[in-house]
Design a protein around this ligand. Structure first.
Ligand SMILES: Cc1cc2nc3c(=O)[nH]c(=O)nc-3n(C[C@H](O)[C@H](O)[C@H](O)COP(=O)(O)OP(=O)(O)OC[C@H]3O[C@@H](n4cnc5c(N)ncnc54)[C@H](O)[C@@H]3O)c2cc1C
Length: 493
């Protein structure tokens, strides 16, 4: 609980202008991109340095006040949402590029630095930052670090963890530690690897060193339109089987194409094709020509209706905008939608998409599919109308899809994380022993259970009781939080 005393101390550390506490000020921080669960923070604070963050965490630890870090709030699983009157620690004012070392291909940024801004800063010298989540024009590198974010071009170049080499992190007791190494492998346990993707549950990153890459000499983008989803899926498996690793390989189904074509990123997809693939190959000029021909040949072998490469940079940019803006475009065809994020083996694409279609028919909710086909990372977009009371049906549909992903040998998240949204499904993917091990590591770093509590790991002792809960609604969240509270009491004793 944020008391008057805590507020006063926060103001002493940061100045009154950097502490929000009135309901009107904190309202905008009641959720992230997962809008099904909202809860007001006790306060929102805006540190400007690593030392500020350290002093805040020391205070909150002493006063036993829960807190959650926040980047741009584009997360889709409730990771940055406060759950019990937490202090939201916004990194919005820690948004500087601290250093650039082009000779060694490194950049050091503060966590609030926006992803796309990094590429913009170095592109004049033919460099770029590879991880490219579709939200890259607004999401922060701190949020990417915490979620181990992926993106369209991560098939060939790897996700965030493959591009972060070092970080300064403030631990829950306020201690400042340096993890990893700017160059080469750090000795000892891979603690940096532990922090990347830990969803802000182990501490707060305040400086992040990332790799920047030289732009490839040539890039070719290919669009392939298919009459049948099965043929598009077979082409994706075909590329990999032929030893072609495209820089990106994205798929959208008919409903997603219809939504995008209603938006300002209108491509004019034929209304009767079932799937489009957007495939990009890059490298040296000569090899790119040959590779793109091989990609087209695989598509032709699999019954593509039409396949061609982009004729200009403008056309390529439009194709990519249509893909990257596909999530928001769903708002054109549905009052509400929920984005899912599961992973399946590539070879099961066609089968799983059929089963998702059958879940859609049984539930009566439309599901559009937009995804990173190359790495089997599905993003079913479940369309619903909260005003018609369909929220819980949509949540149940999400649960069925995630369980399907696990059943075919995949996982419940590819890049959006677990947050609040998938905390129950963690029990479907992991055994109680595995969850207890994860919790034990978390307890070592955050023994008071204050750092982004109620997220990522369901409390093992309550796993069995939580089994029947379909998805965290406000009341089931209370159960989860009381479970976290019991851990704290246990530790406090
Ligand atoms: C339209 C749209 C498209 C998207 N496309 C993609 C995509 O292609 N790929 C993808 O991976 N994601 C995608 N996302 C999800 C989201 O953008 C990513 O998860 C992103 O990494 C979140 O960054 P953020 O700055 O908004 O972080 P937030 O949403 O503010 O926070 C995310 C999590 O990180 C923690 N956190 C934030 N900063 C820190 C820090 N400095 N230290 C420790 N923890 C911290 C928060 O507590 C929270 O748990 C998309 C979202 C939207 C809305």
């Amino acid at each position: 609980m944020v008391t008057e005393y805590v507020l006063r101390k926060l103001e002493e550390i940061l100045g009154a202008a950097n502490v929000y506490a009135s309901p009107a000020q904190v309202k905008a921080y009641e959720c992230d991109g997962y809008v099904a669960f909202k809860s007001l923070p006790g306060a929102v604070v805006f540190p400007e340095s690593t030392e500020d963050v350290s002093r805040i965490l020391k205070l909150l630890s002493e006063e036993r006040v829960p807190y959650v870090a926040r980047g741009a709030g584009t997360g889709l699983t409730g990771g940055a949402t406060p759950t019990r009157g937490d202090v939201v620690i916004s990194l919005a004012k820690m948004d500087r590029l601290l250093s650039l070392d082009l000779d060694n291909h490194r950049a050091v940024v503060q966590p609030g630095f926006v992803n796309l801004e990094l590429t913009k800063r170095v592109s004049g010298r033919s460099f770029y930052y590879a991880p490219d989540p579709s939200s890259q024009s607004v999401c922060t590198i701190g949020g990417n670090f915490a979620e181990n974010a992926g993106g369209s071009h991560c098939l060939k170049y790897g996700v965030t963890t493959n591009h972060v080499t070092a970080a300064t992190v403030v631990l829950p007791d306020g201690e400042i530690v340096e993890l990893g190494s700017s160059f080469g492998d750090a000795d000892g346990l891979d603690l940096l690897g532990l922090f990347v993707g830990s969803e802000g549950t182990l501490g707060i990153a305040t400086e992040i060193t990332v790799k920047i890459l030289k732009k490839p000499q040539a890039v070719q983008t290919i669009m392939a339109l298919f009459d049948r989803v099965e043929d598009a899926s077979a082409s994706v498996s075909g590329f990999i089987a032929e030893g072609i690793i495209p820089a990106a390989c994205e798929m959208m189904d008919q409903l997603a194409m219809q939504a995008v074509d209603k938006s300002r990123y209108h491509v004019g997809y034929p209304s009767d094709v079932e799937a489009v693939l957007i495939v990009e190959v890059d490298g040296l000029e000569a090899s790119v020509r040959a590779l793109s021909q091989r990609v087209m040949d695989v598509c032709l072998k699999n019954g593509v209706r039409e396949v061609r490469s982009a004729k200009s940079e403008e056309e390529r940019a439009l194709w990519w905008s249509s893909r990257k803006m596909a999530f928001p475009a769903i708002g054109r065809i549905s009052p509400d939608y929920m984005v899912q994020d599961g992973v399946i083996p590539r070879s099961r694409l066609a089968d799983v998409l059929k089963r998702i279609e059958s879940i859609s028919q049984t539930s009566g909710l439309r599901i559009a599919n937009v995804f990173h086909a190359g790495d089997g990372n599905l993003h079913p977009l479940i369309c619903y109308d909260s005003k018609k009371g369909e929220t819980e049906i949509a949540q149940d549909v999400g649960r069925q899809i995630l369980e399907l992903c696990v059943d075919v040998g995949g996982s419940i998240t590819g890049e959006h994380g677990v947050g609040i949204e998938k905390i129950v499904e963690m029990q479907y993917q992991f055994t109680q022993e595995e969850l207890a091990l994860q919790q034990a590591i978390r307890d070592q770093l955050d023994p008071k259970g204050l750092c982004n509590a109620g997220k990522l790991i369901p409390t093992p002792s309550r796993c069995m009781e939580m089994k029947g809960v379909a998805h965290p609604t406000v009341s089931s969240m209370e159960q989860i939080l009381s479970a976290s509270a019991s851990v704290q009491t246990h530790i406090a004793r």
